[in-house]
Design a protein around this ligand. Structure first.
Ligand SMILES: Cc1cc2nc3c(=O)[nH]c(=O)nc-3n(C[C@H](O)[C@H](O)[C@H](O)COP(=O)(O)OP(=O)(O)OC[C@H]3O[C@@H](n4cnc5c(N)ncnc54)[C@H](O)[C@@H]3O)c2cc1C
Length: 495
């Protein structure tokens, strides 16, 4: 971008959220928008997570856009490449690609209240926009723990979300740090190739069987010729997932059946009682994300695998020392340690009406109105904002709810001839008080674990605490009475 341009809308990110927003704008006939993406291709999560075995853990027929059903998913839980291809196809078929500016990382975005517009600084020049929509992802910036001596390690070090495909893992001694959703997918894939695998487990995950099947040619043909059938299948998956909500959000004892299934799988797959004890979680199932796998636990039984439950204390040039004092010589360290979730990096780059950043505004805990707008930040819409995350169903459902809300706000701006909307602090507080009052009884807060759902103060700022259709209801229409509406520049706010 050589000279400064102005757009009605600037969208940041090209994952499901940013692309979904761009597609929806195009569908409304709107073309005055730009999409800023720091990487060189679209896809977000599904571009960045290319580790062996990477796949979704919500069935693809639900984990996809409702307006772009794909009858050709090859299996129940599609792999990374297939989901990435789907997103690239959507980008082109909806005419979004010409709007995207690749390698444009948003470094700073400040609201200029005089001019009623956002001033956006990117790694390749500046621009202004009336409305800023962030789709920068909650699981987008990998987190690597601060381990003493890590800098001195001479071997390969990488995070699963930035897999080093140039590194030949064959016949290497490998340490894996973390046993979350990514690690349980790549550990079974790399175990046969490596000499030794030391898995550093801080907390044992609850693991349920993964009912993954090939979608037969017949099924795909049927869905192609009768889309209504595919919609029915999608609805079936959606409602079966919603059945889990009372267990997560109202009474964790209802998750007992899931716990029994997980325990049965553990007993079946890990006959050794000593190892099994180390792999048995000590918190209520659901408190951390429930993982799905058929091959992770059997992999831990292999002779070249060593499960270390003491946590990593220190790293040296060619070794990792556990907190119990034992040392493993290794050639590579792979981190499956998750992402910056409650401290999302883009928050320190967005400055509102009074000049404070979102991160400063959220120093006591992130919160937004209807997961999307924040008092003090006019015309900012945050996709996958605070308390929109899910433990049981598809994030695309939440994203599409937010897209509808944002579009309705844009329609309101156009209809009313006003320049900006900013949520009233009272409306935001009332929404969040109601939301947080539901949290105490949820399994995430009452389940006795420490998880990435909670911020440093133990407040749950990530997960939506009830049925997802309630979020759809909450975001169905933009309610101007909850907002301060700014008229044209020379007029005063209609307070
Ligand atoms: C391995 C893995 C598996 C998952 N499986 C599931 C699943 O099965 N079901 C489910 O519901 N969810 C799953 N998720 C969660 C998943 O992240 C969301 O479902 C969804 O993909 C998020 O989309 P997004 O667009 O919000 O963010 P992302 O896909 O993370 O996209 C964010 C984009 O913003 C860009 N960006 C970030 N900062 C900037 C900046 N400053 N300037 C410019 N560009 C920027 C990034 O480069 C990226 O392209 C999974 C996540 C991971 C990591």
């Amino acid at each position: 971008m050589n000279r400064q341009t102005h757009h009605h809308v600037a969208i940041v990110g090209t994952g499901f959220a940013g692309l979904g927003m761009a597609i929806r704008l195009r569908q409304q006939g709107m073309t005055d928008f730009v999409v800023l993406e720091r990487a060189g291709d679209v896809g977000g999560t599904w571009r960045d997570n290319s580790y062996p075995g990477c796949a979704c853990d919500v069935p693809s027929h639900l984990y996809s856009f409702s307006f772009e059903l794909n009858p050709s998913w090859s299996r129940s839980y599609s792999g990374q490449q297939e989901i990435w291809d789907y997103l690239r196809r959507c980008t082109d078929s909806y005419g979004v690609r010409p709007h995207i500016r690749f390698h444009h990382e948003v470094l700073d975005a400040a609201w200029d209240h005089e001019q009623r517009r956002w001033r956006v600084r990117t790694s390749r020049g500046d621009l202004t926009c009336d409305v800023l929509v962030t789709g920068t992802g909650a699981l987008s910036d990998p987190a690597i723990p601060d381990i003493p001596g890590l800098d001195s390690f001479r071997g390969a070090v990488f995070h699963s979300a930035r897999w080093d495909h140039d590194y030949d893992i064959r016949n290497q001694r490998v340490a894996v740090v973390g046993t979350g959703a990514s690690a349980i997918q790549f550990v079974p894939q790399i175990q046969p190739a490596v000499t030794s695998l030391a898995i550093f487990q801080r907390t044992a995950p609850w693991i349920l069987p993964r009912t993954d099947r090939d979608n037969s040619g017949l099924k795909r043909k049927l869905y192609r010729s009768a889309p209504a059938l595919q919609k029915l299948a999608r609805a079936g998956i959606y409602w079966s997932r919603e059945l889990a909500v009372p267990g997560f959000a109202i009474n964790p004892r209802l998750l007992k059946i899931a716990e029994l299934m997980a325990r049965a799988q553990l007993r079946r797959q890990v006959p050794d009682p000593v190892l099994r004890a180390r792999l048995t979680p000590d918190y209520t199932i659901g408190c951390k994300r429930i993982l799905l796998s058929n091959d992770y636990l059997p992999t831990l039984m292999k002779p070249n695998v060593d499960v270390v439950t003491a946590g990593v204390a220190e790293v040296g040039p060619d070794w990792v020392r556990a907190a119990d004092g034992t040392r493993r010589e290794v050639d590579a360290i792979i981190f499956g340690t998750g992402f910056h979730v409650t401290d999302m990096p883009v928050a320190s780059r967005i400055r509102g009406r009074a000049g404070a950043t979102l991160a400063q505004t959220w120093s006591d805990g992130a919160q937004a109105h209807r997961g999307t707008t924040v008092a003090g930040f006019p015309n900012l819409f945050i996709l996958v904002g605070p308390n929109t995350g899910l433990g049981h169903s598809s994030m695309i459902y939440m994203i599409e709810s937010q897209l509808a809300y944002t579009l309705d706000a844009l329609r309101y701006l156009r209809r009313s001839g006003s320049t900006a909307v900013e949520v009233r602090p009272q409306a935001q507080a009332a929404y969040n008080d109601a939301l947080q009052s539901r949290m105490d009884r949820t399994v995430w807060n009452a389940g006795g674990c420490v998880s990435w759902y909670l911020d440093t103060q133990g407040r749950n700022t990530t997960v939506w605490p009830t049925f997802t259709w309630r979020f759809r209801q909450a975001t169905r229409t933009f309610r101007p009475q909850e907002y301060v509406v700014y008229e044209r520049i020379d007029e005063r706010a209609a307070a």
